[in-house]
Design a protein around this ligand. Structure first.
Ligand code: MN3
Length: 218
């Protein structure tokens, strides 16, 4: 076994209520996320894709390497490596009783790129709503390190993958799971209500940390 899910989330399953319910969080973590990890381990084992890098290094950096050259792997590896990365990422950028917007250099760049925080939020919501089917909505830093952009990816793809159109590749700092399994128990078909609720539970401190780390490595 190469990959494992985090054994617990940084908050209780019911901590994000009323925005995301406890049952959804629990199933999402121990059933959905676990399945991506199990299937990723199976897909790696079943193929000759057990690369040298997988023998060494810690899980996070191996996963990052995998995503950067995901075009050379099978569809099951792509789908499940994406699923593992995206969910691990998602758990960290959620938080109960969170401040409603970021501060510091991230807020400054958001205001510069999108005009205002409110305009950024509107554009993020609009893109999430316009995405057809399962996928994710992201805020990422572009590869030059001085611009932010909003994008959506299908299935479990993400902006780190080399299969994404080059202009939509970057380092994600905020991401929203828009698969129905992320919200259907509480919101049913009301995707907009879920997407709007998300803004009450964003761990902006963590997003700012991801932003600062990303700028450093670019
Ligand atoms: Mn999910």
């Amino acid at each position: 076994m190469y990959f494992t899910i985090p054994s617990s989330l940084p908050y209780a399953y019911n901590a994000l209520e009323p925005y995301i319910d406890a049952q959804t969080m629990e199933l999402h973590h121990i059933k959905h996320h676990q399945a991506y990890v199990d299937n990723l381990n199976k897909a790696i084992k079943a193929s000759r894709e057990k690369t040298m890098e997988m023998e060494k290094g810690e899980e996070g950096s191996i996963l990052n390497l995998l995503l950067k050259k995901i075009s050379t792997y099978s569809a099951p590896v792509r789908n499940n490596a994406g699923g593992h990365f995206n969910h691990t990422f998602f758990w960290t950028i959620l938080k109960p009783n969170a401040p409603l917007q970021p501060g510091g250099s991230l807020l400054q760049l958001i205001e510069k790129v999108f005009g205002s925080f409110e305009l950024f939020k509107e554009q993020f919501i609009a893109k999430a709503m316009a995405h057809f089917g399962s996928g994710w909505t992201w805020l990422s830093i572009d590869k030059k390190g001085d611009n932010l952009f909003i994008s959506t990816t299908p299935n479990q793809d993400n902006p780190l993958m080399d299969v994404i159109p080059i202009e939509e590749q970057g380092i994600p700092i905020l991401g929203l799971d828009i698969w129905e399994h992320a919200y259907y128990l509480l919101y049913q078909n009301r995707r907009l209500a879920y997407i709007e609720a998300f803004w009450h539970i964003i761990n902006w401190e963590m997003v700012e940390n991801k932003f600062i780390e990303a700028v450093k490595i670019l």
